[in-house]
Design a protein around this ligand. Structure first.
Ligand SMILES: Cc1cc2nc3c(=O)[nH]c(=O)nc-3n(C[C@H](O)[C@H](O)[C@H](O)COP(=O)(O)OP(=O)(O)OC[C@H]3O[C@@H](n4cnc5c(N)ncnc54)[C@H](O)[C@@H]3O)c2cc1C
Length: 321
């Protein structure tokens, strides 16, 4: 926690809720507490803390997993670079598009109907000072016309943003948009978010690098799979879900913690029973958090989203006062 506190960004959790006209409807920043209730830390520093806590050589870089095969009690892993390795236990932690997942379960993520388009602006204080000032080192949630735009400040001076709206799963291909063409993506935003203020355009016009379309999937909420004796999943590999409850990282880290406790506490006689205990807890937790996430995804992209979100944060503020 000391290392975390040295590197986390308390102000980055503060939320401003804006309408599509860029008017502030709720500002946590004015009255907020120290922000520790929703701690934000950038991916880089978090990676560093976690990697530094490991024995040297624990992580083997540049090994892109491609397939695995069961060989007796062991598992043979093959990697894209042609190398292979044997393991007693495989923990698939390879994210949303996990290649390990199909070896653990036939269950597959289901398209939520929500499409995210993500962009980044470097040096936002210099590039887009008005938006930078509005962001005020925290987060913007903008809602209107059943669509969302989330903007977050990062510790390296950049800001990241993502739109959310209802689009077909194959929109990234079928729209034929070149996502590295800023002008084309800006034109798309203007037409898809017609009625939103032109002030938002500076995000798109000044974005760096290609935009990334991310169709949002969710694993089935009320289903589990039969635990294997020597292979399990954690994080998005186990339970990908849309980002609208902000729980993905918490869930991934809690999975890792609970799995390590099940494996190392001495409570379970062998690895298969430790994995079964871990997966039971994980499925139960996901059933709850995944449900909340899908509910949030739905109402945040509904006509009344703005008033619901403002009300939610206003009530939370009254409760904490
Ligand atoms: C736009 C957006 C906004 C989000 N906002 C939030 C938020 O505010 N709060 C929150 O908690 N969560 C948020 N999330 C979700 C969060 O990013 C994920 O839940 C979290 O990163 C999951 O962690 P993970 O370790 O399971 O997967 P990842 O962080 O995706 O890590 C997977 C790792 O596996 C590696 N990998 C992938 N394939 C292979 C392979 N074949 N071989 C070897 N390695 C491989 C990848 O390189 C990566 O390092 C957001 C997600 C998106 C898309």
């Amino acid at each position: 926690m000391d290392e975390f506190k040295a590197k986390y960004r308390p102000e980055a959790g503060y939320i401003r809720i804006l309408d599509k006209a860029v008017d502030i409807q709720f500002d946590e920043n004015i009255n907020g507490d120290d922000g520790f209730n929703r701690p934000e830390i950038d991916r880089g520093p978090l990676n560093e803390i976690l990697l530094n806590s490991l024995m040297p050589g624990t992580v083997v870089w540049d090994q892109h997993f491609s397939s695995l095969a069961h060989e007796g009690d062991r598992i043979r892993l093959t990697f894209k670079n042609g190398t292979a390795a044997h393991a007693d236990l495989v923990i698939g932690a390879d994210g949303a598009n996990s290649k390990v997942r199909p070896y653990a379960t036939d269950l597959a993520p289901i398209y939520s109907g929500n499409m995210v388009l993500e962009g980044v602006v470097y040096d936002s204080a210099i590039t887009i000072p008005k938006m930078h000032e509005l962001l005020n080192g925290g987060k913007i949630f903008a809602l209107g016309d059943s669509k969302t735009l989330v903007v977050s400040s990062k510790g390296d001076g950049s800001l990241v943003f993502y739109t959310g709206c209802s689009l077909p799963e194959n929109w990234p291909q079928e729209s034929r948009i070149d996502f590295s063409d800023k002008a084309r993506v800006t034109a798309w935003f203007k037409s898809e978010f017609a009625g939103w203020s032109e002030a938002w355009l500076e995000l798109f016009e000044n974005a760096n690098g290609p935009f990334i379309p991310r169709p949002q999937y969710c694993m089935p909420l009320d289903k589990s799979w039969h635990t294997l004796p020597n292979l399990t999943l954690i994080g998005d590999a186990a339970h990908i879900m849309p980002p609208y409850a902000g729980e993905g990282v918490n869930m991934a880290m809690l999975d890792a913690l609970e799995l390590s406790q099940c494996l190392l506490s001495g409570t379970h006689n062998d690895i298969p029973s430790a994995l079964a205990a871990y997966e039971k807890q994980m499925h139960e937790r996901f059933a709850e958090v995944g449900k909340e996430t899908m509910e949030n995804t739905k109402w945040m992209h509904s006509p009344d989203a703005l008033s619901i979100l403002v009300n939610f944060f206003s009530q939370a503020k009254i409760a904490s006062d």
